[in-house]
Design a protein around this ligand. Sequence first.
Ligand code: HEC
Length: 571
Amino acid sequence: MRKLRGLVALGAAVMFSAGAGQAAERVSDFSLIDHEGRFHQLSRYADHEAVVLFSHLPGDRDSRRALATFNELAGEYAGARVAFFVLDASGETDKSALGGIAERSELAIPILMDDTGLVAAELGFSRAAEVAILDPERRESLFHGVINNRFAAEDRSRRASEHYAAEALEQLLSGIRSEVSGLASGASAIDFASAAEVSYHEDVVPILERRCLSCHTEGGIAPFAMSDHQTVRGWSPMIREVLYTKRMPPGQIDNDYIHDFKDVSHITIDETRALVQWIDAGASFDGGEDPLPGLQPEPVKWSYGEPDMVLPIPPQQIPATGIQDYRHLTVPLPVEEDIWVRAVEFEAGDPTVLHHIIAFAYGPDGMNEFDVLNQGIGLGAYAPGNEVNTYPEGAGFPLMAGGGLFLQMHYTTSGRETVDASEVALYLWDEKPERVVYGGSAAELDIHIEPFTRMPMTATKTFREDVYLSMLGPHMHYRGHDARFRLIYPDGESAEILNVPNYQFNWQKTYDFKEPLFVPAGSQLEFSGTFDNTGMNPFNPDASQTLSWGEQTWQEMFFGFFRYVEAETSE
Ligand code: HEC
C-alpha cells in the first residue's frame, strides 16, 4: 500500500469544498461491461473500501496523461480492497478499440463502457480526467475532482503538487469520511447526448411494446403487467433500477452477440437512455388517450404454430412454500413408428412456479446416463422467455416408437399452493430429414469451490467431424457469474462466439444461432465461466459452503451445452 503523502497537502483545504455536514450523493447500483466483456456491478464491490473511477476520452491529451497517473495510483493500491476503473465517456462500444487503449497505456485495470452515458451523468462527470471515489456499500459518492492540480482548469501547474484523489483515498482508508471534492478538470468536455424531451406516446410506449410487453402483460411471465401509464409510472423507479443494473430485459448477453442469435431480449442504447430520461423527468403523461391498454398482446397458446402433437405433462401439486427437489417424469409417446421432431414448444401451466423443464428422449430400452450426456440439453428446454426450441434447416431430433420423453422439472414456490399442468408441443417432419440433431456439452464434473471465493473454470470438447453448431446453453447454478464460449480452430486461431457476462441461473436461457455456425473437424469448443461463492453474489444462498458437483441448485454444475448437426448428410 502507498505511503501517506505529506500531510501538508491535506491542510490545503481550499482545494476541497469540504463537505462537512453535507450529505454524500447517492449513486445508482450501476452495472457496466468492460473492454474484455466482463460485467461489473457497483454493489458487487461492497466488500471493497472504495471504488475509484476515472473519466476517459480517447484522443484527449490531458485525459491520456492523467490516465497514466491514475494507473500508477491503482498500482500503488494493488492488494488493497480498492477497485479502480476507467470509465470510457466517449460512448465507444468497440471492445478492441478500448483494448488498444488499455494496451498502449499498459493499463492493469478494466475500461468500463458507459455506452448510454448514464453512469457518467449519474457520477457527475462533465469532463475527461475527473475522478470519482465511491463507497460501494452505501453507494455514495465521497470524492469528485481532478486527480491532481496539474489537470485542474484553474491551476494547470506543470508539475503536480496537490494530489487530491490520492489524499481523499488516504483519508477514507484511515477511516475519515471527509466528503471532500477536488477542483474541476480542464480536459475536454464529455459530449452527452442532448437530453431531448422524451414523449410517453412517441418514445416510451413503442419501446415498452418492442422490449417489455411480451412478458409484462396480463397472464405473462413477469410479475407485473405494463397495462397503462399509471402502472408504468408506479413501477418507474424500479424500471430505472433494472435498466441501470442490466437486469431487464433478461437477455444477459453482451450486446455484440445479440444479432447472432434468435429471440434474445435486449434493449438498445438509445432506448435505455430514453426510458431513463423519461423517468428522471417525472414519467409524465402527454395527455390524450393512453395507447398502452390497446397494445397488450393477445395471449397466443402455441406461438410456433399449430402443433402436430401435444403431450400433456402429468399435473404437479406445488405447495405454497419450501424448496422443491427436481422432479423426473416420463411421458410415453403415443406413436407406432419413429418420428422426427423439427421444433418443440412448451406451455407453462403455472408460470409463477414452473422454473424450468428439460426434455430428454428415451428409447424402447429406456435411458442411461451416457445417453443423457450425448443429448446435451435434450430435445428442448423451457425457461421463461425460452418456450420454443428449433433446429437447423432440414434437421430433426429422432423419437423412437416405444419410447418417450424424460422430463426434468424444476419448481419454485410462490407462497400460494397450486397445480401446474404444463404441456409439450411437438412439430414433426413428414419423413426422415437429411440431418440428425445431436447434443453435447463441454463439462467439468470435478467441481470444488471454497467458501467466500470466486473461481474461474474451463471445459472443452473436441469435434471429430465437420459440424454446424446451432445452439449454445451455459449452465451453472446460483454461483454462476458469467459464461463464454470460444472456438479454437485446428490451425490454432480462436474466436469468441458467445459472451454471457451477466449469467442468471433463474433464466435457463439457451441461445439458438440464426445461422448455424460451421465448425471444422478438430476444432475445440471451450466453455469458460466464473463462480462467485462470495456474499457479494445476491443469488448465493450461503457463501460459507464448500461446493461440489450436484443436481440441486445449492450445489454446482458446469455445463456448456450445445446442439449441432453433421455437415455431411447421410444420403
Ligand atoms: C422475456 C420476458 C421479459 C422481458 C422481455 C422483460 N421482462 Fe421484466 N421481468 C420478467 C420477469 C420474469 C421478472 C421477474 C423475475 C426477475 O426479476 O428476474 C421481471 C422483472 C422485472 C422488474 C422487477 C420487478 C420486481 O419486483 O423486482 C422490472 C422493473 C422489469 N421487469 C422491467 C422490465 C422492463 C422495463 C422491460 C423492457 C425494457 C422488461 N422488464 C422486459 C420478464 C421480462
